[in-house]
Design a binder for this molecule. Structure first.
Ligand SMILES: [Mn+2]
Length: 424
């Protein structure tokens, strides 16, 4: 479904008065508010095609109806989100779930909604019906060369789809690993994986990036062949300058200091992109900012510090993407909440008095360092984020408008109540 222009205007007209009071107050408090707003306007977060339907656990799935039935409807859904918040201007596809039948038609449709194609994602963690070899015991790491070859060719096919659509990056996440001690020769698994990644890397166009995503455990529970940022960095360093490490917030062991990982990867020029989500225990894929908003803020603090140090453009220097799965909420509402949380953390981190923080660090003034960070974190920047959206033509309250016009009911009417998003 498409939003009508007057729906956003009518909504904004009702909220404009109270928004202005909050924004005027905040912009007086924050002298740099105009520069923050322009950075917020430029900042776009890619939406993965697989987050548009209900997720599930291995115990069950409870779809809410009206889910996108094909790639075209996935693009429509992201287009709707982008229209509401003006911050979701990209979609990330997953092959084979989103193989385009007609590249030109798909590109035109995306352009109609103001969307570009973010990183392409390959899939060697499941067996597809038509495939000859099985990934049960791994893909790029597999002891059997024929399996590795099949997985390499799949990744190269994903790159080819991406080239047709104008994407500029490939994300490789491997489920490869082992479930029991003794099952795998760790060194051989690493070497096989490296050799396979090298063949994929060789197929990358010059202006493309390869993101190597790590994950501590699951689906393998004893070892994962790209299990942490050290292993990913080892691969990406050996592969070459187009290879980068991708950080997914849910892919660490409990209590890992993710902001420190981010800081060092950036320092080395090896941080490629981000998968946002949140978690309490493991790879829970909960709404970004719903459990640990302070951690998200601290990560953005390191991101801004490290990117500014290297003169990187905040909006385009790294790949920004949500990677989440929703079992309880309306997936589109959940994404609106996640994008909002990311924009808030980014805006708060832009508020940090960096000169004062540096001074506190150099004089070992631990108390002031904490005060400076928390002063920014405890500032309610929601009116700045709303103002950025408003100036871009979006809704002052995307979630409110989403409910007011009954988006889910309309989608159920259009698509039916029993639809299941492809791939999930
Ligand atoms: Mn991920």
């Amino acid at each position: 479904m498409k939003l009508r222009e007057n729906e956003i205007n009518d909504h904004n007209n009702l909220l404009k008065g109270s928004h202005k009071v909050r924004f005027d107050f905040l912009s007086k408090l924050i002298p740099e508010s105009e520069s923050i707003i322009s950075k917020l306007i430029n900042f776009q977060i890619a939406i993965p095609s697989w987050a548009l339907g209900s997720g599930g656990t291995r115990f069950g799935r409870f779809p809410g109806g009206g889910e996108p039935r094909n790639l075209e409807e996935k693009i429509e859904d992201v287009g709707l989100l982008h229209k509401l918040n003006c911050s979701s201007g990209a979609i990330s596809l997953h092959i084979p779930w989103d193989v385009p039948k007609d590249y030109r038609a798909i590109k035109n449709l995306a352009a109609e909604y103001g969307l570009r194609f973010d990183a392409m994602n390959s899939n060697t963690f499941q067996d597809q019906e038509e495939q000859v070899e099985s990934y049960k015991f791994g893909s790029l790491q597999h002891v059997n060369k024929a399996v590795r070859k099949q997985a390499i060719e799949h990744n190269i096919e994903v790159i080819k789809h991406g080239i047709e659509l104008g994407s500029k990056s490939l994300t490789v996440w491997l489920a490869d690993g082992s479930c029991f001690p003794g099952q795998l020769n760790f060194r051989k698994a690493f070497q096989n994986t490296l050799e396979s990644l090298r063949e994929i890397y060789a197929a990358l166009p010059d202006d493309w990036k390869m993101f190597v995503e790590y994950k501590a455990y699951e689906p393998n529970f004893y070892s994962t062949t790209v299990g942490d940022w050290g292993q990913s960095l080892l691969f990406t360093s050996k592969l070459g300058p187009k290879a980068y490490t991708l950080v997914d917030l849910g892919h660490h062991l409990p209590n890992a200091n993710i902001e420190q990982i981010v800081s060092l990867l950036l320092m080395e020029g090896k941080l490629g992109g981000f998968h946002f989500n949140d978690s309490k225990y493991g790879d829970d894929d909960l709404t970004t900012g719903s459990i640990k908003p302070y951690q998200l803020f601290l990560i953005f603090n390191e991101l801004i510090d490290g990117m500014d140090e290297r003169n990187m453009n905040h909006a385009s220097g790294l790949g920004w993407m949500i990677d989440a799965s929703h079992n309880l909420k309306d997936p589109l509402e959940d994404i609106l909440q996640s994008v909002e949380a990311i924009m808030i953390a980014y805006a708060q981190a832009l508020l940090i008095d960096r000169a004062a923080l540096k001074e506190a660090q150099l004089s070992n003034d631990v108390t002031s360092a904490q005060e400076i960070l928390q002063n920014a974190f405890r500032t309610d920047v929601r009116a700045l984020v709303a103002e950025a959206r408003f100036r871009s033509g979006g809704a002052l309250s995307p979630l409110k408008l989403f409910r007011e016009i009954g988006v889910r009911n309309q989608l159920i009417k259009e698509r039916g109540s029993k639809t299941i998003a492809t791939g999930l």
